[in-house]
Design a binder for this molecule. Structure first.
Ligand SMILES: [Zn+2]
Length: 382
């Protein structure tokens, strides 16, 4: 089978419109046959309805202690965005590669696939693995079952390099993300009869008040941190409720998102919020049996804790020549690999500012820097 260039692999990957709400199987079929065609061991981990699969691959000796290159197959939608060229075709303009996912993060996945095939033919002393997840863009829900499956079928690697766009900088930390969907149930009466009803909006505002108070308290005691802002934040980004000016609202819905410093007890914070919601809910139900507060945790992405010179950091710094490391504010799958026992950092081509945008692009210079990174990695593992 022909060995494709990284650019050709990228063109194939972008042509599959793997929006998170749709199947990624056409991409996985193509990639699996390309890798197995080069003699590389592949495994799938299916989602519940078998509409999507994660792909795990292993090149080199079947021993522990290798390196995982981690990426996600899904991309965000293009619906409602105005694109200059077809988002599902890689187009080169002005020294950039345009297309959905070129930056986030099929550019890195293409480089990883290129490296596996090159390493397979050139020979590896230490294994190189690929972990390609699904459902990253909808809350990083695909990676944990994939990682667990990977640990069953492949030798345990020492470290994971997560190629989210960082301009090839070495990112050693990010915050934990937790999201709650809140539904406050009220009871409708004419507003002139306020004490006989329950306004879901006015009661929901008490919970949002708790969020504001918690932010102030966290900021007040914040110490020095590598993160900016150097404290945990809670945010309400969407709210809906009520039907008329003169009716107490039967429903109020909003979302609370928490960005927790790694090392801080995020479960304690989540439990405090749950406790407050339960306390408020009980008072509402006591007034009207229909009323109450319902919480759904809709995402939870563990933070990436700086390891202070861990194996992944040391390797990524050696390969990039970086003498500084950084932290970021966005969540990635890196914390999930770290939780599963891998040393982990984020390091990938492109700028996160391009991710999810119309006319998403990857600078050719970034793609080339990513390729040099992979070439050095292969020398390191040879
Ligand atoms: Zn991404």
């Amino acid at each position: 089978m022909n060995e494709l260039s990284a650019r050709q692999i990228l063109e194939h990957l972008v042509a599959f419109p793997t929006v998170s709400s749709d199947s990624n199987l056409a991409l996985v079929d193509w990639l699996e046959s390309y890798l197995t065609g080069h003699g590389i061991e592949c495994h799938r981990h299916w989602n519940d309805d078998r509409s999507k699969a994660a792909l795990m691959a292993h090149a080199g000796p079947r021993v522990a202690g290798g390196v995982v290159l981690s990426g996600h197959s899904d991309v965000v939608p293009v619906k409602g965005q105005v694109w200059t060229s077809d988002p599902w075709t890689v187009v080169e303009r002005d020294g950039r590669l345009y297309g959905r996912g070129t930056c986030d993060m099929k550019g890195y996945v293409a480089l990883a696939v290129w490296a596996l095939v090159r390493g397979q033919h050139a020979g590896l002393r230490r294994p190189l693995q690929l972990a390609l997840s699904y459902d990253e863009e909808v809350g990083c829900t695909g990676a944990p079952p994939m990682i667990a499956a990977m640990q069953q079928v492949l030798p345990q690697a020492e470290l994971a390099l997560i190629g989210e766009p960082s301009n090839m900088g070495v990112i050693v930390g990010h915050k934990t993300g937790i999201g709650f969907a809140v539904h406050v149930k009220g009871y409708e009466v004419h507003s002139s009869l306020l004490p006989y009803g329950v306004s879901a909006i006015m009661e929901g505002a008490r919970l949002i008040g708790w969020v504001n108070d918690r932010n102030a308290a966290l900021q007040a005691v914040a110490g020095p941190s590598v993160f900016d802002p150097p404290f945990t934040t809670l945010h309400v980004g969407m709210i809906a409720g009520g039907t008329a000016n003169n009716i107490t609202a039967a429903d109020c819905r909003f979302a609370v998102e928490m960005r927790v410093l790694p090392g801080e007890d995020h479960e304690a914070l989540a439990a405090a919020f749950e406790g407050e919601a339960a306390r408020l809910g009980a008072t509402l139900t006591a007034r009207r049996p229909e009323a109450g507060v319902h919480l759904t945790r809709f995402f939870g992405v563990p933070g990436l804790r700086p390891e202070g010179g861990g194996a992944a950091e040391a390797l990524a710094r050696r390969l990039t020549g970086a003498n500084a490391v950084g932290v970021v504010s966005y969540g990635t799958e890196a914390g999930q690999f770290q939780e599963a026992g891998y040393s982990a950092v984020v390091c990938g081509p492109g700028d996160i500012a391009q991710a999810h945008q119309a006319d998403e692009y990857l600078e050719l210079s970034e793609f080339a820097a990513g390729q040099r990174f992979m070439e050095r990695l292969l020398e390191d593992l040879a």
